[in-house]
Design a protein around this ligand. Structure first.
Ligand code: SF4
Ligand code: SF4
Length: 175
């Protein structure tokens, strides 16, 4: 009992000292969701599939992102459109399996798949985490396109190859 009382008597001033040491410091907590956190510039959030300026989707369903994915969470099936271009008929990312490593983004030769800055996509049902091509394109249209422009992110290749031309050329803005 005596030991217990001694411990308590010693602990109280230590605890009070800690309180007074921090009482005038700026709080490190945020009033989320009214105040959003400053994310690291390298933060990797919800995926999006990007488009060219004319609205055409950039993905050519080559499968490199799926091959690079260590979590095996990307699935796709291709089709050929009326211009003879290969596109994705089905493109799915299972965001529950995803470990947000960014390998898919690194592997993509078309600057099509990116991990955006969106982090508020909690849901109640597991099937809602299966993001289809339309949902991923929507993420670009509704969330990330404006941010890219504001933050000055530019695509390396701005126009798509014209595969109908006998000698396909790059657009004037391409580097
Ligand atoms: S971020 Fe990583 S785990 Fe997620 S889909 Fe891309 S490659 Fe797969
Ligand atoms: S997102 Fe990129 S790497 Fe993945 S299938 Fe489409 S073009 Fe290929």
């Amino acid at each position: 009992m005596a030991n217990f009382l001694t411990t308590v008597i010693k602990a109280i001033p230590i605890g009070l000292a800690t309180t007074f040491k921090n009482i005038f410091k700026k709080p490190i907590t945020l009033e989320y969701p009214d105040v959003k956190p400053d994310l690291s510039p390298r933060y990797r959030g919800l995926h999006y599939l990007a488009r060219y300026d004319d609205g055409e989707e950039r993905c050519v369903c080559c499968g490199l992102c799926a091959a690079a994915c260590p979590a095996n969470c990307i699935y796709m099936e291709p089709y050929e459109n009326e211009r003879g271009e290969r596109k994705a008929k089905i493109y799915i990312i299972n965001e529950i399996r995803c470990i947000f490593c960014g390998y898919c983004e690194e592997a993509c030769p078309e600057e099509a798949i990116f991990l955006g800055r969106e982090f508020e996509f909690a849901k109640y049902n597991i099937p809602d985490f299966i993001y289809t091509k339309d949902m991923l394109l929507d993420n670009f249209d509704k969330i990330e396109k404006e941010r890219r422009v504001k933050e000055g992110h530019k695509f390396i290749r701005k126009t798509r190859f014209d595969f109908r031309s006998p000698t396909p050329t790059m657009g004037p803005d391409d580097v």
